[in-house]
Every structure is written in C-alpha cells, then in structure tokens.
Design a protein around this ligand. Structure first.
Ligand code: ADP
Ligand code: MG
Length: 628
C-alpha cells in the first residue's frame, strides 16, 4: 500500500480561480471596493483604539476608468500594506487578512463591519484583467510597495515612491472584458452593489449649481462648481436605530431603494437583532397588484452594506417574498447552494425571526391603529392569507388580527365574527354558517336576498381565499363557509321564521314534475321552498363543496390532482309563494307553461352569470319578442 499527498500546484489552481471562482465576472468590482472599504474601516478601528497614531480624517474611495489606457483604478485612503504585508496577504492565495484581523481584534472589532471572508476576493480581479498592479503605502512609517502580476503565478514586488497613505489597485483590462471600460457599465455596477456601502465612493465629478450672489442680475446664470460625484449613501436607513427614524425617513428610503416606484409603501417593519444572529433591515408592504409572480424578488440582501442578491428564496419565508426592502446579515452563508441553505440552522432561525417580526408588527398596528389596518387591508390581505396558509406559526398569530370585511365595509376579526353571527347564522346542526360573496357585482341579487333575511355577508375576494376557508374550517370547531349563492343558505332559512307554503302537497308534486319535464336537464335538482312572496321565484344555488373544489383546482390546491373535471351541478330553488309560480302551476296550455318555466330559468341563470353565448343571444331575442 502506498500513501502520499496529492500535489496541488499553484500553476493548476490559478487558471481555475480565474475561470470558476465566481460565475459573474462583474463582481470583481464589488470585491475590490469591499477590500478598499475594509482597509478604511480597519484604519478607523485602529485609530479609535489608539493603535494607529495617524489622523483618520474623511477618507473616500475613488473609482477611475481610463478608457484609452484600458485601465480601471480603485483607490483608497485606508491602512495600506507594507511590502511584508503584501507578501503575506496577497501572495498567499486564500489567506484572508480580513479573517485574521477579526481574529486578532476579536472583541473590539466584531461590529466594525468588515466584509472579507474567504481570502479570494482580490483574485477576482483576474477575471477581467490581464495584469494587476497594487501600489500601496501603509499607515506605518515604511516605504510604499509596488506589486505587479500578469495572471501567471509570477509576480514582481518592488519599492514605490507613493507618498499618501492607502492603496491603489490598477486593473489592465483584458481584451475579452473591454465592456468594463464603459463609464455607464461601471456606474451601473457601483449603483447595484455599492449604493449603500459605508465609505463614500467617488466616481467622476459633477456640476453643482451654487446660489446666485446678492448683486447678480436677473439674466445672469447661476454660478456652478465641479464637485466629487459620490455615488453611495454611506448611512442607509436600516443601519440607524428605529428611534431615530420618522415615518418620512422610511418612505424616503423606500424611494431610494426603488426610484421607479411612485406609490408609497403601506407599512414598514424595522428588523434589528444581534443575538443569536446578526440581522438588520427594513421590510415594506407595498401595494400589490393582482399578478403575484411579478411581485417577487424585490427584497435585497446585503452583507455589511454590500449588495449580494435580490433572490432571497430560502432566506425569507415564501409568503414574505412579496414584500420589498432590505435585509442585511453577515450570518447568511452564501457560498452554499440554495437547497442547502434551507436546511441551515442559522438561516432557519433568521426566517422564523422575520416571520415573527412581521406578525408582531401587524398585531401592534391592529391594537394601536386598527383603522389604518382596516383601510389598507385590501392591499395586504393576500400576503397575510398566504402566510396563514403556509406558516403554522404565522397562522397562530395572524388569527388574532386577520380581518374579515363585510360587503358593507365593516371589518371583524374571526372571534368578533363568531359573536356577531350568532344566532342568526346557526344552522340546524348548530354549525355557524359564514356567508360570503366573492364578487359584489356578480352576486348582487344573492347578497340582497341574504341581507333581506337579516344575514351578514362577508366580502372575501382574494384568489387563495378558498384554501384559507378550508384551513379555517378544519382548524376551528363547528363553522363552515358558504358563498351567498351556495345551497347552505336554505339550511339557515328553514329555522324559526320559515314561511308557510301557499301550495298544497299535491300542487307541489305537480309543479315539480311540470318543471322537471320542461327544463329536461339533469344538472338541476329542483327544490321547492316557501319564501317571502317578493323573494325571487326562481333562484340557482350551487353546492359549496363542488364550487370550491373547482376553484381550488384552478389555484393549485394540494392533493387536488387526478380528480378530473368536476361535474356541473346546481339546485334550482323555486319560491312556492311567488305569484309567478302560482301562475305557472295554473297555466292550462302545455306550450305556454313550458315557455314560462324556461324563461324563468334563464332569468335565474342570467342572475347567476350562467347564461352565455348562443343561449344568451336566444334569450335576448325571445325577450324582445315577448315585450313587443
Ligand atoms: P479577504 O477580503 O476575504 O480577506 P481578499 O482576497 O479580498 O480576501 O484580500 C486579501 C487580503 O489582502 C485582505 O484581507 C487584505 O489584508 C489585503 N488587501 C486587499 N486589498 C487591500 C487594500 N485595498 N488595502 C489594504 N489591504 C488590502
Ligand atoms: Mg476581500
């Protein structure tokens, strides 16, 4: 048997790093700006603890594009490196100076915001550059160093005459990456990745208009001056304490994040934890449109103010991906696959923390400013309903503040609703039947009919509501939902104030047979009811169960597959106390009787929105004939 050590030589690894380190070549800029930021923050820390006896001042980072010379410069005024440090930190690939720094200053530096992790970021420069130079002068009293490398493992390191403290990285852009020499390209990348980084970043200059001097004439142009163009906001709202922010600040930050968004957010939630993981951020409830898929991926994920991704799948619970805003956490392992991410303990904790925070915030709005919650309910309900369906923990909390609006604009919690509906809505089996409409216009006649009987009708119109009703029916005792045009209604009406039928049993038998023969359609079950004489003579209801199954099939309910097409099944409810019904019964000629029945049926179908196409055309023609 032979044992040994596999020999991995740098010559093999270098091209690999270059090619596969990051799939996105553009992140080289993010990495270099991160290093420049780290170098500045380290200096800040060292001056603060007295270890560096220099003036920290107001350092900035500058990015310059030299299109002719095919060069990109990243210049910082941070702590710099001595020649020895370049040897150590740059020449040893995968040795992270950031990690070492954090180790060394463990206690004092944990909140310093240092970004680096893996000790590979710097080499991402070779994804776009054929040659890289580092010119660096340490804050320590030592000569500057100049390092050059052309992408092979060979480098040169010599003294430099750089006088100012800090580091300049020069990328000689490779022929296949010339796109990165476009101002607009670099500007776009800075905007995407570095917009909220903690050290001011200068990219070019801009012209600023100054106030006119006192003695200027009307026609004199206002004076201007060239100033640094700083592309970032080093102190974005999420890095501040909630107590220091006003409503306007939150709205302002929303506009900063989404400059193309003209509508104000509805609510904001400030996230702020430092134990057992670090996480800050601000989430916003936006006004949602009906198309839920276009809403996704609007939450931006940052690590120490560096943009990482706007795909937060796996980090934020699915139902909250409809929100917008920012999450910043150094504790999310991003070098692993997404599926692994979901199993990661820290990520799970983060996800459940966010869920809890959102629920708590909504609960506090419910308690302290219920009118506000009611006013905005329609715009946020889909998120909450989705959350109640998908996260049991969220359901438990949201059950206390989730609102159920009536068609008349009152709002009840589930508990209030139960109180409100007793006893009128209690059916024969002592079950509470909650009536609702899904469309005020389409179900108008049914809503009116229910209201005329003193019943309360909710307006539940979101696309996933049938799933939520199903959940409520199984998790609560003795309740069921029924749409106003469902057959449950009959169960309620038959109670104490049932009407006495004007027709005898014999007459009812005849009527039923007459109608069955005339309409000759198996989809309709004829049901005779004694109702108010001014209630509709013919009315179509649909079994709640069947209709809801159909709806859930459409919105992708779990376990619904393989059920095939649901049959069409309706109840045709005939009001035996209505004058027209008596007339039908007493009509002698069979032809006329049949016509009356079918015209009435069509009116009932029209009222339920079932009359369409050729049938509708025929109905209208026939009606004109009748009125002329
Ligand atoms: P990381 O940032 O994860 O430590 P990098 O490969 O990005 O790894 O950088 C390696 C090391 O090189 C840094 O930790 C730091 O010590 C040093 N370095 C890189 N850029 C600079 C800079 N602009 N100023 C000072 N030191 C730097
Ligand atoms: Mg780095």
């Amino acid at each position: 048997m032979a044992t040994g050590k596999i020999n991995v030589s740098v010559e093999n690894i270098f091209p690999l790093i270059k090619k596969f380190l990051y799939s996105d070549h553009e992140i080289f800029l993010r990495e270099l700006v991160s290093n420049a930021t780290d170098a500045t923050l380290k200096l800040k820390h060292l001056t603060a603890i007295g270890e560096a006896k220099v003036e920290y001042g107001n350092p900035i980072i500058e990015i310059k594009v030299d299109k002719e010379g095919k060069k990109i410069h990243v210049i910082d005024q941070g702590l710099g490196m001595t020649e020895e440090e370049v040897q150590k930190y740059i020449n040893e690939v995968a040795f992270s100076g950031a990690e070492e720094f954090l180790d060394k200053y463990k206690d004092s530096a944990k909140d310093s915001g240092i970004i680096g992790h893996f000790g590979l970021g710097f080499y991402s420069a070779f994804m776009v550059a054929e040659k890289v130079e580092i010119i660096t002068k340490s804050f320590k009293d030592e000569p500057a160093a100049h390092w050059t490398c052309d992408g092979s493992p060979n480098f040169t390191l010599e003294a430099s005459d750089k006088k100012e403290r800090g580091t300049e990285i020069i990328l000689h852009v490779a022929e296949d990456s010339l796109e990165f020499l476009e101002e607009a390209k670099i500007g776009g990348l800075l905007e995407k990745y570095n917009k909220f980084m903690p050290i001011p970043i200068k990219f070019g200059t801009k012209t600023e208009t100054l106030p006119k001097p006192e003695d200027a004439k009307e026609e004199d142009p206002a004076p201007t001056q060239e100033v640094d163009n700083i592309i970032n906001n080093p102190t974005p709202a999420w890095t501040k304490q909630p107590a220091d922010l006003k409503e306007e600040d939150y709205k302002g930050f929303y506009r900063e994040l989404y400059p193309m968004q003209f509508e104000d957010p509805l609510f904001n939630i400030h996230l702020n934890v430092d134990y057992p993981f670090n996480l800050t951020g601000i989430l916003y409830f936006p006004k949602l449109s009906q198309d839920l898929n276009v809403q996704k991926d609007r939450i931006q994920l940052y690590q120490n103010q560096v943009f990482v991704t706007d795909n937060v799948e796996g980090i934020v619970p699915e139902f909250l991906t409809m929100l917008r805003g920012v999450i910043d956490s150094p504790d999310i392992p991003l070098n692993v696959s997404r599926s692994y991410l979901q199993a990661d303990g820290a990520v799970k904790k983060i996800s459940s923390y966010i869920t809890r925070k959102v629920a708590d915030k909504l609960n506090s709005i419910f308690k302290n400013n219920r009118e506000d919650l009611e006013a905005k309910w329609n715009d946020i309900k889909i998120v909450i309903e989705y959350g109640m369906l998908s996260e049991e923990k969220f359901f438990e909390k949201a059950d206390k503040f989730a609102l159920y609006p009536t068609v008349d604009g009152a709002f009840y919690t589930f508990e209030e609703l139960q109180e409100k509906l007793k006893p009128a809505h209690t059916d024969k089996d002592n079950k509470l039947v909650i009536l609702y409409a899904s469309n005020k216009e389409e179900q108008h006649s049914y809503i009116e009919a229910a209201k005329a009987k003193g019943l309360e009708v909710l307006l539940l119109d979101s696309p996933i509501i049938s799933h939520l009703m199903q959940k409520l029916e199984t998790s609560k005792e003795n309740i069921s939902f029924a749409r106003v045009d469902a057959d449950h209604l009959d169960n309620l009406i038959k109670k104490e104030d049932a009407q006495i039928s004007k027709l005898s049993d014999e007459e009812k038998e005849t009527l039923k047979t007459d109608i069955e023969t005339a309409i000759n359609n198996k989809s309709y079950t004829i049901q005779l009811e004694a109702m108010d004489s001014d209630a509709s003579p013919f009315m179509i209801t649909e079994p709640e169960f069947l209709r809801r199954m159909k709806e859930m099939q459409q919105t992708g309910g779990g376990g619904m597959f393989g059920m095939g097409n649901m049959p069409e099944m309706y109840n045709l409810v005939i009001n035996t106390n209505h004058e027209l019904v008596s007339e039908i019964l007493n009509t002698k000629t069979a032809k006329k009787k049949e016509r009356l029945i079918n015209q009435s049926l069509d009116l009932a179908r029209l009222s339920k929105g079932l009359l369409k196409g050729e049938e509708l055309t025929n109905f209208i023609k026939r009606s004109y004939e009748m009125v002329k």
